[in-house]
Design a binder for this molecule. Structure first.
Ligand SMILES: *Cc1c(COP(=O)(O)O)cnc(C)c1O
Length: 332
């Protein structure tokens, strides 16, 4: 089995790296407790940025190595992952087809959906999220029958290859940390399909052992997220013969900050997105970062993150989704 050497793994460099890491001065002052920094992965470059672009550097390199003609992936209609996949495919001249299920927020042609249409990717609509995988398999078979090589990217690009993007991220913040002559005590980030968290948990052991990492759940299913992180972590370690002694306590997923469920425009989220825009000029998205920031502010306010700690918040992108939530933002 190959040994782990990050530099030798095939990768497409489409991200603008390193992304900026800056102090949120006015938020820090506003809270008056911990120091809050933000890692701007909303500025990774492709399709208005976001965390999926990092995963796609490795996933699409693999697709090219396998001689693929068409990339298939799936998500909700407003999916950030699907948009970033479509944009990154455009850049390397691969066809892309998306399997999209109805979103909780309706289907106006705006935000990510509008951008998907501008990219002119083929879209297959299904009613329910539970129909997506099967539909994707069927489409892959049809493509194969036509003599094409399809490349399937599972939900959110959350696989051992996708996780590499966030292993690299941990190396990046360790380097930035050194340049800034400053140690971060906590890394707080939204967690969903678990690939980002798996990469963070692995990369922490490799490059930044002293940081505590906290995922904020953005919908029901905390146990499922943890199980999925464990699965990706173990597949990753098996692939590269690693034994990083990752324990259950390394995989933290906090609940209680997502309102009624995934995609729900909770009042707390709306207030926090407005607060961060007004204090910092930074727009968080309504589905992931708005809710993760509700969590971060709560943890700091209740001093579960101690006073004077240095906290790094991962802004994982998703900005265009704001436009799908126009009603929610103008009402509340
Ligand atoms: C997909 C996504 C996440 C969650 O990342 P996972 O790897 O799926 O856990 C967080 N924020 C944004 C903006 C996303 O699009």
């Amino acid at each position: 089995m190959p040994k782990f050497d990050l530099e030798s793994i095939p990768r497409i460099n489409h991200c603008l790296l390193p992304t900026p890491l800056i102090l949120m001065e006015r938020l820090t002052e506003h809270l008056g407790k911990a120091n809050v920094f933000v890692k701007r992965d909303d500025l990774t470059g492709m399709a208005f940025g976001g965390n999926k672009n990092r995963k796609l550097e490795f996933l699409l390199a693999d697709a090219l190595l396998k001689g693929s003609h068409v990339v298939l992936t799936e998500g909700a209609l407003t999916s950030n992952h699907c948009l970033q996949t479509a944009a990154c495919c455009a850049r390397i001249g691969l066809d892309c087809e998306l399997i999209l299920s109805d979103s909780v927020i309706g289907d106006q042609i705006t935000g990510n959906i509008l951008l998907d249409q501008i990219l002119d990717v083929k879209i297959h609509r299904v009613k329910s999220s539970s129909d997506r995988k099967q539909r994707m398999e069927e489409i892959a078979e049809v493509l194969q029958d036509e003599g094409k090589v399809p490349y399937i990217i599972p939900t959110g690009g959350s696989t051992k290859l996708g996780a590499l993007g966030y292993v690299l991220f941990m190396k990046e913040i360790a380097e930035q940390s050194e340049e800034m002559n400053l140690t971060f005590d906590y890394l707080v980030f939204p967690t969903g399909s678990a690939g980002t968290q798996a990469g963070i948990v692995l990369g922490k052991k490799l490059y930044y052992p002293e940081i505590e990492t906290m995922g904020i759940g953005v919908g029901d299913g905390r146990e499922e997220v943890i199980a999925e992180v464990q699965k990706i972590v173990s597949e990753f370690q098996e692939e590269w013969s690693l034994d990083l002694a990752i324990r259950d306590t390394d995989i933290v997923v906090l609940e209680g900050y997502y309102g009624q469920g995934y995609g729900d425009p909770s009042k707390d989220m709306i207030d926090v997105v407005k607060l961060i825009a007004q204090l910092e000029g930074i727009f968080l998205d309504p589905v992931y970062n708005g809710k993760a920031m509700v969590g971060l502010i709560d943890l700091i306010s209740h001093e579960e993150i101690p006073v004077d700690s240095n906290v790094l918040f991962l802004h994982s992108g998703g900005g265009p989704a704001i436009f799908s939530y126009a009603d929610a933002f103008s009402k509340k």
